[in-house]
Each structure stands twice: as structure tokens, then as C-alpha cells.
Design a protein around this ligand. Sequence first.
Ligand code: NAD
Length: 351
Amino acid sequence: MPTWLVTGGAGFIGGNFVLDAVQRGIKVVNLDALTYAGNLDTLSSLDGNPSHVFVHGDIGDAALVARLLREHQPDAVINFAAESHVDRSIDGPAEFVQTNVVGTLSLLEQVRDYWKSLDGSRAADFRFLHVSTDEVYGTLGDTGKFTETTPYAPNSPYSASKAASDHLVRAFHHTYGLPVLTTNCSNNYGPYQFPEKLIPLIIAKALAGEPLPIYGDGLNVRDWLFVSDHCAAIRRVLEAGRVGEVYNVGGEAERTNIVVVQTICRLLDQRRPLADGRKRESLITYVQDRPGHDRRYAIDASKLHGELAWEPAITFDEGMARTVDWYLDNAPWVQRVMDGSYRLERIGGVA
Ligand code: NAD
């Protein structure tokens, strides 16, 4: 049974990735600091499963990471751990630098030393996969797409910190030979996403019949990818990606924010109409734009399509319907995030 050390596996994408990996017969050691974004409820179906070892800790804790690597001898390390919310990075950038830059550097140093200790074939097969974002490339006009050779031009403290981590990962390959892979993915959506991000936030507010805030004119464009397609891309890159390479991951599903919100309104009106008969689109409220808000992101994923034959399996319409249905069917998960009990109950409960 292969063993993977996954960091940030109690978060949105990491959580989906861990649930899937364990189901596929991988043993997962899951290192997560359980910030506000880490949620063990997401992993409750793995309680008591010996293929999932949860460790409460920081990627920047060098002694802890060294011990985990020594004890569990993973075949790969997949780094999801990060501060990930752009708005929070505007209010407090320092934490983003701490985890995304300093933490990733510390993790890389420990992984490099572990990798050097492996014997020939295990060292050759080992991989460090760094999960990153298309936001490192900055913003696009009405046309064009980001490719793997687009110059980095991050515009928010979040994307700047992710860009710095990408550069460190690249440097560890060129300087020390560490077998790294980097994926730069577009916006994800799907089950278990923390309701501060656009899609789950709008679902929660629309369900409650509250105003639906949209930044600026609502015409900012993102390329949306259903989270299980991102997880599949990461597995594929891990399995067959060329060491040292970067792979862009995207859904070819560019949508303006207003279209995303209108889609949610329509799906919820069909499934759970408001008691007073109002259409949810009437709740849309334009609010002051985010400072430095990137206008458009679009991913050219042809390298991943061509080299590794990865294609997204789920269309935007299907993914949005699945996502809305998941939030409707999992109200207790959302409720425990909203009332904060997802954090309180684990105090003292995690080794
Ligand atoms: P998330 O905020 O939902 O989860 C991050 C997880 O990392 C949380 O469980 C948190 O507790 C953990 N964490 C934070 N600091 C840590 C530290 N110092 N040590 C250990 N664990 C720590 O984020 P997400 O949306 O799941 O994103 C995961 C990764 O994917 C991030 O690196 C992000 O930059 C990248 N990414 C996200 C998207 C997206 O649309 N969400 C798109 C592309 C790339």
C-alpha cells in the first residue's frame, strides 16, 4: 500500500483529495494545523480507519515533519496547506507569508533531507507535489489564457505568497534535485468548501433569503473546476508528470461572478423556493469592489491534456447542480461551521 503525506488535508481541496485517496487504497498521513479553514467534520467518515492518520500540526514545525517522514516513510508528499482566502490576505498578509512561504520552505527542507536518505529506487520514485493557483499569473484582459510560461505577476498578498512558494519549489528542484511537481489550478468549487468563498457563501445566504453580495459590477471572470476533477488532475500529475515540470489545471468553464450567482439562484429556486415567493435573483446586491480585484483568469490546460490525457469529467452545469445538492443534503456540516462548533468540539480531541 503506497503512503502519502498530505498537508492541509482537513481543508476544502485537501479534504476531498484525502477522502478519495483512502478509498483508492492509499495510506494517508494527514498533517493539518486546523486553522479556521481546517474542519475534521469533513473527514469523519474516516474515523477509526487505519489508512488515515491525522496529525494536528504545522508544516513549519521542522521537528514534527522530520519525525513524520522518518516514521511513515511516504512515497510522496502533496502540499495543500496554505492560507487561501484573498480577502483575508488583504486584511492580514503576514500569516500568508508565514504559512505559504516560510512554512513551505521549512517543509521543503525536511522533505529534501528525507528524500536524500532514501535508497536508489525509492528516491527515484519519490515525488513532492505542490498545489498552487492560477492567481500567480495576475490578471487577463478580455482574451488570452494563462500557460505554464506566462510570467508571474501576482496582485494580492495571497497570490504573491503562493508565487513565492512556487519559486521555492522550483529552486529546490534546480538546486538540490528534489523531484518536484507543481500544479497551478483555477477556481475550485464543490462539497466541503468553507462558506467564506463565493459559491458556498452565496448558497448559504440565498437559502436564508439574505442579500447576495457581489463585488463591483459582477463581471469578473473565473475559470471554474469541480473539485474532484482537480483531485484527479493531481493524482495524474503525481503518477505520470515529468519531474520539475509545472502543469496548469483548468475547467474550460469561464463564467462571470454574476452568472455563477444567477445559476445558484435558479438551482435553489427550483429545489427550495423561498416561502414568500420571491425569486432569489432579486436578492443580488452589488457591493464595493475588492481592492486590486483581478478582472479575468483563464487557464490553458493543453499541456495536461496532451501529455497526461487528463480531461475534466464534470461540466459547470452538472458541477453546480451537484454542489447545490450537496449543501442542501449536508446542512449540519454547514451549520457547525456557521455556529463555530466544528472548532470548539475538537479542542483536546486531537492528538
Ligand atoms: P483551505 O483554506 O480550505 O484549506 C487549507 C488547509 O490548510 C486547512 O485545513 C488549514 O487548516 C491548513 N493549514 C493552514 N496553514 C497550515 C499550516 N501552517 N500547517 C498545516 N496546515 C495548515 O484551502 P483550499 O481551498 O482547500 O486550497 C488548498 C490548496 O490549493 C492551497 O494551497 C491553495 O492555494 C490551492 N488552490 C486552491 C484553489 C481554490 O479554488 N480553492 C484553487 C487553486 C489552488
